[in-house]
Design a protein around this ligand. Structure first.
Ligand SMILES: NC(=O)c1ccc[n+]([C@@H]2O[C@H](COP(=O)([O-])OP(=O)(O)OC[C@H]3O[C@@H](n4cnc5c(N)ncnc54)[C@H](O)[C@@H]3O)[C@@H](O)[C@H]2O)c1
Ligand SMILES: O=C(O)C(=O)C[C@@H](O)[C@H](O)[C@H](O)COP(=O)(O)O
Ligand SMILES: [Zn+2]
Length: 367
């Protein structure tokens, strides 16, 4: 077990509706040894949920837990979006049941956002809620999915349609785990970092623009700064609105079209890639409405394309995308709602009652 390097652990606090919903996100190297402390004294049994690709990290976590006197069990789940399925949740519930997990026991997720989403949902629903600790192993998981307590699974009709708000007891972002992450996964995760840049922290955009090589190296100083800045943006927003009664919706920037594209691609596109197209669409929508300057729209394309992310989608798919977007969680009745910008750092929600406006905007990104 690697020991944390003294002085290099960053702690970012997140607050919920009450003290039991407060937790810390730790960023650093060699953090896996922190798990027992984050789990707390009362926990006896721990279910470690991970996909096959993270088996060796899962084994390290299991070993650490057993060394510390916990009863540790494992559930190996299908990879990526295949894991966000009700049958996978049912499998995990079965493992919890067969091993007598009580309300004082816990779940640990080891993996990307798909794993923290389904493991968080399992923890939220088992006995109506047990502790969960997330160990994100993708950039996207660290800056976004593991933080904030949104959990969920997909259904045939759409993305994340079933879920719960269930804040973790803690999040351990061990940057060492990113060493094995393929570059494509690092870059698709950057889409959510760019999102944080556009909605709240322009310095993020500058860092990406100024460090085209550094952003491709998961162990670089600039990636660590981006991870920490992304987490701070998310932590600040969810701390005021855990259950998405209002402002938290801005974290959905680019997701209305993005989720529809993921569904349309049968989840063969990564989430971040779809959100990248969705952000350009949202920027064009704001330009159509006359609220966003041309140069900010252009900046969306230049930043995202510098990361190798897509910014266009197939023209003939519009009717199918529109159907799926009607089930977006921001929709109210028949009214579609989109997060748009008035400027960098100034997001708001825009209601779009006229599908013709959406179609006209879609033509700006369609190929
Ligand atoms: N709950 C939230 O707030 C929230 C926020 C953002 C995204 N999400 C969800 O997160 C999911 C996307 O997460 P993601 O991009 O992390 O994808 P992912 O979890 O599907 O992981 C992507 C791939 O990377 C592999 N992988 C993970 N860690 C690795 C490592 N260290 N080394 C090598 N391979 C590794 C996985 O096995 C997988 O094949 C989507 O389902 C999205 O909806 C949720
Ligand atoms: O945390 C949030 O709130 C977000 O919207 C973050 C998104 O990046 C994330 O993809 C989230 O899972 C989307 O949530 P949904 O409510 O649109 O399913
Ligand atoms: Zn997202």
């Amino acid at each position: 077990m690697s020991e944390p390097v003294p002085g290099t652990v960053t702690t970012i606090p997140v607050t919920g509706a009450g003290p039991s919903e407060n937790y810390d996100v730790l960023v650093g190297h060699g953090l896996l040894g922190e798990i027992p402390r984050v789990l707390g004294d009362r926990v006896q049994r721990v279910l470690v949920i991970h996909p096959r690709a993270l088996r060796s990290t899962g084994d390290v976590v299991m070993e650490e837990l057993r060394t510390q006197g916990f009863q540790a069990f494992t559930a190996e789940i299908p990879d990526a979006e295949e894991g966000k399925h009700v049958q996978v949740a049912a499998f995990c519930w079965q493992v919890l049941g067969q091993n007598d997990f009580t309300r004082s026991d816990a779940v640990v997720s080891v993996g990307g956002g798909s794993v923290s989403d389904v493991a968080g949902f399992v923890a939220a629903t088992w006995l109506r809620g047990v502790r969960v600790v997330h160990i994100p192993t993708t950039l996207l998981g660290m800056v976004d999915a593991a933080v904030g307590g949104k959990t969920g699974i997909n259904t045939a009709e759409g993305k994340n349609l079933v879920g719960a708000f269930h804040p973790p007891a803690g999040v351990l972002c061990d940057l060492d785990t990113l060493k094995t992450l393929p570059e494509n996964e690092l870059l698709t995760g950057m889409a959510e970092v760019v999102k944080c840049g556009f909605i709240a922290d322009e310095r993020i955009l500058e860092l990406i623009e100024q460090n085209p090589q550094g952003v491709r190296d998961s162990q670089s100083d600039v990636v660590r700064e981006l991870v920490e800045r992304g987490i701070r943006v998310k932590a600040e927003i969810v701390s005021g609105d855990l259950r998405e009664a209002g402002r938290r919706e801005v974290l959905n920037y680019g997701h209305t079209l993005g989720h529809a594209i993921e569904h349309n691609e049968r989840y063969q596109w990564r989430h971040g890639a779809a959100v990248s197209v969705g952000m350009v669409f949202a920027a064009e929508l704001a330009r159509t409405a006359g609220s966003l300057a041309d140069e900010v729209v252009d900046r969306h394309r230049s930043v995202l394309e510098s990361l190798g992310l897509p910014t266009t989608y197939r023209y003939d798919q519009w009717p199918k995308l529109l159907e799926v977007m009607k089930r977006d969680k921001k929709t109210r009745g028949n009214l579609l709602r989109f997060v748009v910008l008035d400027a960098v750092g100034r997001p708001r929600v825009m209601e779009v009652p006229d599908p013709a406006i959406l179609f006209a905007t879609y033509q700006e990104i369609a190929v």
